[in-house]
Design a protein around this ligand. Structure first.
Ligand code: GRF
Length: 184
């Protein structure tokens, strides 16, 4: 299946999706709302076409329509959000219903939104983790299709916990994307 990955930043999950590329999917486009997102270099190094354009000055739906046009032009069949820090318009989400997934650094339904690791530590949780879910209209909502769990150590800071969870993200996301694309 032909997949696009949407990023806004570092792109470490994009990198693992590229490295894990297998029979189930092929990344044919990487798009970003941040023109100089560092992660775009992983796409360029792999020879994957890049579409990078700032959303600034455009209405949400207008910007999403530009992304959508790129996806359609590249015959994309599924979309993976990987640190894409924009809320998507309803129309865009509907257009990719059942074909778009996101990775979120918490054990959903716990801790939607930002600062998940600080909130898990603050709450005194013994476990944290990451979830891959189908994207629906609500932020970080939608059915969870894969999850991985790590312990929270008494000495953890948001940074040390984030590093432990990220290792699991990198294991989980390629597998979840392959699983989704196999069902399409
Ligand atoms: C990851 O923690 C992911 O779960 C969250 O944003 C972060 C992106 O990191 N949605 P990277 O850009 O993939 O390195």
């Amino acid at each position: 299946r032909r997949v696009a990955v949407l990023i806004s930043g570092r792109g470490s999950n994009l990198k693992t999706l590229i490295d894990a590329e297998q029979d189930a999917y092929e990344i044919v486009l990487v798009a970003s709302n941040v023109e100089d997102a560092p992660g775009l270099d992983f796409a360029r190094a792999a020879g994957i076409p890049v579409f990078a354009k700032s959303h600034k000055g455009l209405k949400r739906a207008e910007f999403d329509a530009l992304i959508d046009a790129q996806l359609r032009a590249h015959d994309v069949e599924a979309v993976a959000l990987a640190g894409y820090m924009r809320i998507l318009s309803e129309g865009f989400v509907e257009g990719w219903a059942g074909r778009m997934i996101n990775i979120h650094p918490s054990l959903l339904p716990l801790y939607k939104g930002l600062d998940t690791h600080a909130r898990a530590i603050e709450a005194g949780d013994h476990f944290a983790g990451c979830s891959v879910h189908i994207v629906t209209a609500g932020l970080d909502e939608g059915p969870v299709i894969a999850q991985a769990r790590v312990p929270i150590m008494p000495w953890d800071t948001p940074d040390t916990l984030s590093a432990r969870v990220l290792i699991e993200e990198h294991r989980l996301y390629p597998r979840a994307l392959a699983a989704l694309t196999r069902t399409l």
